[in-house]
Design a protein around this ligand. Structure first.
Ligand code: 6R9
Length: 646
């Protein structure tokens, strides 16, 4: 397999950014960081232009991150109104339904009206600036309208992925004290219906939720029967009498735009907080450069709006750039395995951005479903969410892209707001499996476990040594946790939690998490979350969860479970535990394997030795490493003999 792919000739002549430009802009962005962002901040429309640019400290005593702090703007104005003079009739959103017979185009003029109507509806329900609004939505245009409507009036949205359980939804409503939940009667994916409203009903019954939640706003997608409560409102009824114009609120650059919950290595998910000016600037600039956006492009990111990728690269980045963004309600394998590529043909998609887990799942079905489509419109392919293995990269490049389109393997995180390390199509020679080089203004470094910086070819903990405008500002309601999670391990840098190596060309290769965070089908999952769900079951005394290599999902969830004395192991209990985790967290946390463990390997001080459990789950128990600190070595023998991955 080739290990280096030079910039494609078409991109050498027709690109936003060639290699010389990348190198000189990157150099400026590092040498004169503030001036660089001061200049590029002007890509947004400001109500009051900023004078201050950067005000940052990563110190424990004084941890704060501020960009353009004295500037004022409105995010929804930047995503809609400012494009109206030239692009009122251009399509802003192409919506493609789960059902291939359903799609529609929403122009910027229509988007302006829909968002205005939505914003006035929120106001009518008493939502004001600074209020938190939880969204639990399918991938329908109303999800984007609702996000932009919140931004328009200065409410802070918290989108919860529709695959999370009522329990998880309730926790997130309580954590940010949401006044309103926006949902739909149902969601539909792969012709399967998901009772979103029914889940919200269950969530509202969870203790504590109604201390904050006043109303539930429901979008009607079809004639579905739903239960109805006093706090419920149909969107089509409340919105009927409201105006379609809503004046955008004047927001400070550092006013919160949204909260998005994400998993960490310990405890409950944290509310990652992003603010208005810096986030939007970073989402829009990365979107334009990384995907080499040209006028008239049709751009498609397959992510759900429940994840950061859906925030930055379905909604905010593309719309801030006045682009055309495709929103897909369904799944890659419905009605058949050609669906993704049929969508590319139907809407003449130029840029397609998806996840390795989807690529691997489609690769398994062979080349035929791809080859039955044209895909001639594609120009750039993108990957995000987890490391892409070279086999999947090659298939994506050669079969899907017919070796015509570069692949941008984009490394970033919920916390970073936008893409941090990625090739630029016209500038970067590709190496399959490498996210390559940093974006403008991003200074990555590799540290050993003692915090010493490693130079040249090296491998270590990936940190970012300076702030960038898209950086998260705090953990909502827990600034101390913001410090301990990201700034305590190594001083004065942002710790990503990922490991990486740097090669002789200065390219970065992400090697995966260095902490107890799993990446299952590109979704982040804390081992601690799954463990606490398991031990909440009355039959479970103790549980330890690790990841193991999985062909399609990247990582699968492997749980070791110790039952309380007197409980018998059985197939029934096994499936009960699987369902239990699904209902506590959601289907995305479904354990792939549960092994009964009469005991867990622990150090004499009582710490579970996950390193050993990971090796057993990966069937690498012949090389367990140092086991001298094990309290009871016979526990390990038992686990090896009964391992499930033989
Ligand atoms: C955008 C997003 C973040 C974690 C991150 C890393 C992994 C994401 C990657 C990648 C290798 C890539 N990750 N992109 N690993 N190559 N191109 O996925 O955010 O859900 O917060 O996950 O995903 O481990 O730390 P998020």
């Amino acid at each position: 397999m080739k290990t280096r792919y030079p910039v494609h000739p078409e991109f050498a002549t027709h690109t936003l950014c060639d290699n010389d430009k990348y190198l000189s802009m990157y150099q400026q962005s590092i040498e004169n960081n503030e001036a660089f962002w001061g200049l590029h901040g002007k890509r947004l429309d400001w109500i009051k232009p900023y004078i201050q640019i950067k005000d940052v400290s990563f110190d424990q005593q004084d941890l704060h991150i501020k960009w353009f702090a004295d500037g004022q703007l409105n995010v929804s104005y930047n995503c809609i109104d400012r494009h109206l003079p030239t692009k009122a009739d251009q399509t802003a959103i192409i919506w493609e339904g789960d059902n291939p017979a359903e799609s529609k185009n929403i122009s910027y003029a229509e988007l302006h009206q829909e968002v205005g109507r939505f914003a006035n509806t929120l106001k009518k329900l008493g939502v004001i600036k600074g209020d938190r609004v939880t969204l639990y939505m399918p991938m329908i245009p109303e999800a984007a309208y609702a996000m932009l409507a919140c931004a328009r009036i200065g409410a802070i949205h918290s989108v919860v992925f529709g695959g999370f359980s009522p329990e998880a939804l309730g926790d997130r409503i309580i954590n940010c004290k949401s006044k309103l939940v926006i949902t739909a009667d149902r969601g539909v994916r792969g012709a399967k219906s998901i009772g979103l409203k029914a889940n919200v009903d269950k969530a509202t019954k969870k203790a504590g939720v109604k201390d904050y939640l006043e109303s539930v706003l429901v979008i009607k997608t079809a004639d579905h029967e739903v239960d109805w409560y006093d706090h419920d409102h149909w969107y089509h009824e409340v919105s009927q009498s409201v105006d379609t114009f809503c004046e955008p609120a004047i927001m400070n650059a550092e006013d919160p735009l949204f909260i998005l919950y994400t998993s960490g290595s310990t405890g409950q998910p944290k509310g990652v907080l992003h603010t208005s000016g810096g986030y939007l600037l970073y989402a829009s600039m990365t979107h334009e450069y990384v995907f080499d956006i040209q006028p008239g492009d049709v751009y498609w990111c397959t992510a759900d709006v429940g994840w950061i990728t859906g925030h930055s690269y379905v909604v905010y980045g593309p719309l801030a750039n006045g682009g055309t963004t495709l929103m897909f309600e369904g799944v890659p394998n419905y009605p058949d395995h050609s669906r993704f590529w049929q969508i590319c043909d139907k809407h003449q998609v130029n840029i397609c951005y998806t996840a390795p887990t989807a690529i691997r799942a489609l690769m398994k079905e062979g080349d035929e479903p791809v080859k039955s489509t044209s895909r001639k419109s594609l120009r750039v392919l993108g990957s995000v969410g987890e490391p892409i293995n070279p086999e999947a990269w090659k298939w994506y490049y050669e079969v899907v892209g017919e070796a015509r389109s570069p692949i941008v393997d984009t490394w970033w995180q919920t916390e970073t707001g936008g893409i941090m390390i990625s090739p630029l199509p016209g500038a970067t020679a590709l190496k399959p499996g490498s996210a390559t080089r940093p974006f403008f203004g991003i200074k990555p470094a590799l540290l050993d476990n003692e915090g010493n910086e490693l130079n040249g070819v090296a491998s270590g903990n990936l940190v970012i040594t300076d702030s960038w405008p898209g950086q998260m500002r705090t953990v909502y309601g827990d600034h101390a946790r913001f410090y301990t999670t990201y700034f305590a391990a190594f001083k004065n840098v942002y710790t990503t939690g990922d490991g990486a190596k740097r090669d002789e060309d200065g390219y970065y290769w992400i090697t995966g998490r260095t902490d107890d965070v799993l990446n299952v089908s590109g979704h982040r999952m804390g081992t601690a979350e799954v463990e606490s769900a398991l031990v909440a079951h009355p039959a479970v005394a103790e549980a330890a969860v690790v990841g193991y290599p999985h062909d399609i999902k990247g990582q699968g969830i492997y749980a070791y479970v110790t039952l309380v004395n007197g409980m018998a192991e059985s197939e029934t209990l096994l499936s009960e535990l699987v369902n239990w985790v699904r209902s506590e967290i959601g289907p995305i946390a479904t354990p792939d394997k549960i092994q009964w463990a009469p005991g867990l390997p622990k150090t004499r001080s009582g710490k579970i030795m996950r390193r050993i459990l990971r090796k057993i789950a990966a069937n690498e128990h012949k090389n367990l490493g140092d086991t001298s600190t094990l309290a009871e070595p016979e526990v390990v023998v038992n686990l090896i003999n009964n391992r499930l991955n033989k």
